[in-house]
Design a protein around this ligand. Structure first.
Ligand code: COA
Ligand code: ZN
Length: 324
């Protein structure tokens, strides 16, 4: 057993890079490359992969090939393949493409829901209740991602009571899990602990996931605050890419390899093979045409050592001579 704080406790890592990451990129990553990347990620030990989003291709052209990607990836036992769906049309497409689980989405904030989904929250909820029935009659599980659960870039703080009310309504519909999403990096550790505790005390059987963006550098601190308060599932994006195109100022998700690197050092068991993950992450600059925010892809892991400088022997000899 690990001597560190994690003491071998299991933490599940859920990759969202090919959805949250690619949706905000200016380039269209070719379908074959998306499939190859998901296949590579499947071999790394991730618990869940959010492969794509079945949204309007006019709204998010970068993910217009969701159907083909979902159909052609190789399924690895033990990995749950999910996709984001905002409406019934998206749910029918996702079910047809063979998704394991539907990730429904709406915002906890009215302004962000209107901007992102062009609907009031009440309208979204009615539409998603219908999606829930579709999922149930197809025998497929569904989860709900609540955007802006920790704050809205247009409204400010979102009352915790509102977030808990939406959680209750979706669990009543039969959702197997709830994701609290910090769409624009407004969450801070105390708030994360409070909301995590409120949900695990109120609905101990619900699968709670936390989804942080590192917009203000608090991503990893929030993950650790979530773990301390009992959370065991985190959405993360390879390379730290990601961001909502309809949320002013949104930037990348917490970075998968940074989270895995830190949690494993702390003694948590993520089940993720970090070297393999890094090989996948290092494909991203070529696919996206730019560098990624990943610190680990740049700096390497903590104990990736560097050779001593060529003049090291001479430095050592001089230093020893001086010290007698
Ligand atoms: N899949 C494919 N096409 C879809 C679709 C879906 N899930 N939902 C809507 N469409 C199409 C409609 O058929 C219609 O096409 P047409 O103009 O050729 O007839 C068009 O999109 C507009 O449909 P409408 O129902 O009027 O939707 P809208 O314009 O009000 O948009 C959403 C609502 C939610 C579909 C759209 O805003 C969307 O997909 N947003 C993406 C949000 C997102 O992914 N944000 C980032 C992640 S949080
Ligand atoms: Zn996100």
């Amino acid at each position: 057993m690990s001597p560190w704080a994690g003491a071998g406790r299991r933490v599940h890592i859920q990759e969202v890079g090919t959805r949250d990451g690619f949706q905000s990129e200016g380039v269209f990553v070719p379908t074959e490359e998306k499939i190859a990347l998901v296949d590579a990620l499947s071999l790394t030990g991730l618990s869940k992969i959010e492969v794509s989003a079945f949204v309007s291709p006019q709204a998010i052209p970068a993910l217009r090939d969701a159907d083909e990607v979902l159909r052609r990836i190789r399924r690895y036992p033990g990995v749950v393949y999910t996709a984001l769906v905002p409406n019934r049309r998206g749910a029918l497409r996702a079910l047809e493409a063979g998704v394991d689980e539907l990730n429904l989405v709406m915002s906890a904030s009215e302004s962000h829901n209107l901007t992102n989904l062009r609907m009031t929250r009440a309208h979204s909820f009615r539409a998603l209740a219908e999606v829930a029935r579709e999922a149930q009659s197809a025998g497929r599980a569904f989860t709900i991602s609540l955007s802006c659960s920790f704050g809205c870039p247009m409204e400010g703080d979102v009352p915790q009571a509102d977030v808990l009310d939406w959680v209750a309504r979706f669990l009543d519909l039969g959702a197997s899990g709830v994701t609290l999403a910090d769409t624009t990096g407004m969450a801070h550790p105390g708030q994360v602990a409070q909301l995590t505790r409120a949900i695990s005390e109120g609905w101990p059987a619900a699968e709670l996931s936390l989804h942080f963006h590192n917009t203000r550098g608090m991503g990893l601190a929030n993950v650790i605050a979530g773990i301390d308060a009992g959370a065991t599932r985190f959405d993360t994006a390879l390379g730290g890419i990601g961001g909502c195109p309809y949320a002013p100022g949104a930037t990348g998700n917490v970075c998968t390899e940074e989270v895995v690197h830190a949690l494993e050092l702390m003694g948590f068991a993520t089940g993720v093979d970090l070297p393999r993950l890094l090989v996948a992450s290092r494909r991203l600059p070529r696919l996206l045409g730019h560098d990624t925010p990943s610190q680990i892809a740049k700096a390497g892991c903590r104990l990736d050592l560097h050779p001593v400088p060529p003049e090291f022997d001479a430095i050592q000899a001089r230093a020893r001579a001086r010290s007698g």
